[in-house]
Write a protein that binds this ligand. Structure first.
Ligand code: COA
Length: 333
């Protein structure tokens, strides 16, 4: 019997209602609409409401993906949530999502993965292995974040970049001979650059003296933006080429390139590096900023729903994030 193939049969996404424009940000930190839009391409981002947590965004995106796929929550036999901003240290956000979408009856496994902005593509790669091995058939894969809770709102070099949101897909097992589905996934990490992009606090560092456990946050996003920019373009370019070469395809075969939505200039530089015309790059960073693990599935859902992605199109997902981590997935739609 040939190896089954994982196929995306539904997509969904969710953005919190509250918009924050660049002009509003300019009232908080020393910046301007012109600087943010010209250096990043970001025009606005969404901010989760008080009490609205990552699992709320994830569940909303998951339910939309289930509806698009025509599946019931109890059909799911695996839930993976990629996030760096979980509701709680434990249990996993995926288990909280399972309850919120009413999928607990199936008692399917549910877990989180953490690869920062690469998280969704990593999660998709893991889900693909579960389907290929025959362990799972229908899988919900989510990328969801509330980065507004971990940015330093006094640091103009980072707080202007990030936003909140969630995106999700449903995978189904297709027969091995099927031409449509995930062709391959490619994942990498290089832990030598932890200091270039990280959150400064965390659980196992313990609480500093004077820490007020009721009010103090666990740290903030800290980033050397310039260096991260260069590394992101290089890594996303090389993993895109690796995915194409592994399948005997070239950049001319790609209908849609869906990179991590970090900064419009990163998207443009990566497209240039791999010789891809910009009109084949799905760009959504203008209206939600960098939503970390949510950004690739948010852009994917938008391009599916507006009809750009059509059956048999070749779609290349590509991401880069803290760690550093980077990954690509090549999909025949
Ligand atoms: N408003 C106004 N000025 C700002 C500013 C802001 N929000 N943020 C930085 N600046 C200033 C800097 O202080 C610096 O001033 P100086 O020349 O007087 O020192 C100047 O702008 C240039 O800073 P630099 O960091 O070189 O700008 P840049 O063109 O590299 O843009 C980023 C900064 C953060 C937008 C860009 O580096 C970036 O997007 N990096 C990747 C970030 C990212 O996507 N991370 C996540 C990846 S998963």
């Amino acid at each position: 019997m040939s190896t089954p193939r994982a196929r995306i049969i539904g997509t969904g996404s969710f953005l919190p209602e509250k918009r924050m424009t660049n002009d509003e940000l300019a009232k908080i930190v020393d910046t301007s609409e012109e600087w943010i839009s010209s250096r990043t391409g970001i025009l606005e981002r969404r901010i989760a409401a008080e009490g609205e947590v990552t699992s709320d965004l994830a569940a909303a995106a998951g339910l939309k993906a289930l509806a698009a796929a025509g599946c019931a929550p109890e059909d799911l036999d695996l839930i993976i949530c990629a996030t760096s901003t979980p509701d709680l240290v434990f249990p996993a956000t995926a288990t909280i999502v399972q309850r919120k979408i009413g999928a607990q009856k199936a008692k399917a496994p549910a877990f989180d993965i953490q690869a920062v902005c690469t998280g969704f593509v990593y999660a998709l790669g893991i889900a693909d292995q579960f389907v290929r091995s025959g362990m799972s058939k229908k899988v919900l894969v989510i990328g969801a974040e509330t980065f507004s809770r971990i940015v330093d709102w006094e640091d103009r070099t980072t707080c202007i970049l990030f936003g909140d949101g969630a995106g999700a897909v449903i995978l189904d097992s297709a027969p091995g001979g099927s031409t449509q589905g995930i062709l391959s996934t490619h994942m990498h990490a290089d832990g030598s650059h932890v200091e270039l992009l990280r959150v400064t606090g965390g659980v196992s560092h313990g609480r500093p003296e004077g820490f007020d456990w009721r009010h103090d946050a666990l740290g903030f996003v800290d980033m050397q933006g310039n260096e991260v920019f260069k590394q992101a373009v290089k890594a996303m370019g090389s993993v895109a080429e690796e995915a194409l070469a592994a399948n005997g395809l070239t950049i001319n075969d790609v209908h849609w390139f869906i990179p991590h939505q970090a900064n419009r200039r990163i998207l443009q530089a990566t497209a240039k590096r791999i010789n891809l015309p910009e009109d084949r790059v799905v760009t959504t960073v203008d209206h939600h900023g960098n939503t970390s693990a949510a950004s690739v599935p948010l852009a994917l859902d938008e391009a599916v729903r507006d009809g750009r992605i059509q059956p048999n199109h070749l779609v290349l997902l590509d991401a880069f994030g803290g760690g550093f981590t980077w990954a690509a997935a090549l999909i025949r739609w």
